[in-house]
Design a protein around this ligand. Structure first.
Ligand SMILES: Cc1cc2nc3c(=O)[nH]c(=O)nc-3n(C[C@H](O)[C@H](O)[C@H](O)COP(=O)(O)OP(=O)(O)OC[C@H]3O[C@@H](n4cnc5c(N)ncnc54)[C@H](O)[C@@H]3O)c2cc1C
Length: 440
């Protein structure tokens, strides 16, 4: 169906989808952005929610509030479950209605990625990942709960398991989370407990790769590892995890008992490739052309983590900047087509560099041939992350919180909110169980 005013449907209000919507703000079109959540999430700071530095509301913003002044754009909260390329519509379900078709003239899929357990989906029950706000809050609840349970436990032999935290995956998320957790237990919590010493908590970071921060240069990996070890993180490299269960993990035949295991390893793209029945790479990302469209469908574009495009012989990485620049490009290309302008030249990703923070006042930065580690890199990391938060109120609020945390060691949100007042959550289980302290 071709509409008199063209309909541009964008699926996903993450980095790619939001950038596309903004690029279409002056386009004479009806733009419909569909997301299964009501918020745009700044995933790079998820670990700070998981480790109590920031609150959920400081890293996420309602999509409709970001686009409230963009009159040509309608935001719909719903789950897309398929695409009918012949009828040119996406199929959407929400809590109220199932399989509603929404027609498009142009379609941008920016549906991101989720966790990959590398074929071991059974690990998910004991080692939740870190992809959504709900994941970050669940991780925070679990970490804080472990300290509460240990303080309530008279038998000191049980403290060790309760206070062992294992992070599987030493990429940027695992490294950032391990460092933030180390500082949390050694500084923020140090005076809060009487029976346990939070500083005795064991934080173990494991990866089958031979070094942390694989995509970074060897010198930066080394600097990050040294920093982690200085913060008291045990770094176990070169071994895959054989097993994860309610009692902990088994690595290279050795069991490490733990009630809190968090998965920060692989990612797997959204099922956009299946919806489109399109060619994908080995990971399942849709192979797109240099104008980000799907071969044979010049009206369908795929951007961000769920797309696969090579540049200079290498696939573009799953980074926020790749998604933002891709979304912006697809939006601009559609705008030009609608208003009859020349199409932009083929998409070319401009690498602004990558950064990972390793605790207070230390980050690694790699940009072209530049490699920096330490305080200057950390300042650059803070400035860039503030700049890319969705609204100026978030930028101010996060800046103030960071200054406060830097100066006092205190964090933004240490509440356990997953339970009813009379119940506690057993670590490793999703279901609350009644607490019977009286019977001990
Ligand atoms: C913990 C973590 C830390 C990271 N740190 C960094 C970092 O420091 N620097 C960096 O550059 N990158 C980082 N990344 C990667 C970066 O966040 C991603 O590359 C980026 O978010 C990809 O953007 P996207 O638009 O493709 O997907 P996303 O931003 O993930 O957005 C996808 C959107 O689609 C929606 N969606 C998905 N499926 C459906 C559906 N079926 N129906 C409706 N809506 C749907 C989702 O709700 C979501 O809003 C990190 C990622 C994670 C998880």
């Amino acid at each position: 169906m071709t509409h008199q005013t063209p309909h541009v449907v964008i699926v996903g209000g993450g980095f790619g989808g939001l950038a596309a919507a903004k690029a279409l703000r002056k386009t004479p079109a009806k733009v419909i952005l569909i997301d299964r959540t009501n918020h745009h999430l700044f995933q790079p700071l998820l670990y700070q929610v998981a480790t109590s530095v920031l609150t959920a509301g400081q890293i996420a913003t309602p999509i409709r509030s970001i686009l409230r002044n963009q009159k040509n754009t309608t935001v719909i909260m719903g789950e897309v479950t398929g695409v009918d390329k012949d009828q040119k519509c996406v199929i959407v379900s929400d809590a109220d209605r199932q399989d509603v078709p929404i027609a498009y003239d142009y379609l941008i899929l920016a549906t991101g990625a989720s966790h990959s357990y590398f074929g071991h989906n059974e690990f998910a029950e004991y080692a939740p990942g870190l992809k959504s706000l709900a994941d970050a809050e669940a991780a925070r609840n679990k970490i804080l709960q472990a300290f509460e349970l240990a303080e309530g436990e008279e038998d000191p032999s049980r403290h060790r398991d309760l206070l062992t935290f294992i992070l599987v995956g030493a990429g940027p998320t695992g490294v950032e989370m391990a460092a933030a957790l180390a500082i949390f237990v050694r500084n923020t919590l140090k005076s809060d407990f009487r029976r346990i010493d939070p500083a005795s908590a064991r934080i173990v970071l494991v990866d089958m790769a031979p070094r942390v921060l694989g995509p970074y240069s060897e010198s930066l990996s080394k600097a990050a590892k040294q920093r982690l070890e200085k913060l008291g993180v045990e770094v176990r490299l070169g071994h895959s995890v054989d097993l994860i269960d309610a009692e902990g993990v088994v690595i290279a035949g050795e069991r490490i008992a733990s009630k809190t295991v968090i998965w920060t390893a692989g990612v797997s793209p959204s099922p956009a490739g299946k919806w489109l029945n399109a060619e994908t790479d080995r990971a399942g990302r849709v192979r797109i052309q240099k104008d980000l469209s799907v071969p044979g469908h010049s009206e369908i574009f795929v951007v961000g983590d769920t797309a696969s495009l090579d540049q200079n012989g290498k696939p573009l990485p799953g980074l926020a900047q790749v998604a933002i620049q891709g979304g912006r490009y697809a939006g601009r290309l559609i705008h030009n087509r609608i208003v009859g302008n020349h199409p932009p030249s083929p998409f070319s990703y401009f690498d602004k560099g990558t950064m990972a923070v390793v605790g207070k006042g230390f980050a690694v930065l790699q940009s072209g041939k530049v490699r920096i580690s330490g305080f200057v890199a950390w300042l650059a990391w803070a400035a860039v992350h503030l700049q890319f938060l969705a609204t100026s109120s978030l930028r101010l609020s996060v800046f103030l919180q960071w200054v406060w945390t830097y100066l006092t060691g205190q964090r933004g949100d240490r509440l356990i909110v997953s339970q009813h007042a009379s119940e506690v959550m057993k670590p490793g289980l999703d279901t609350p169980v009644n607490a019977t302290f009286a019977s001990r």
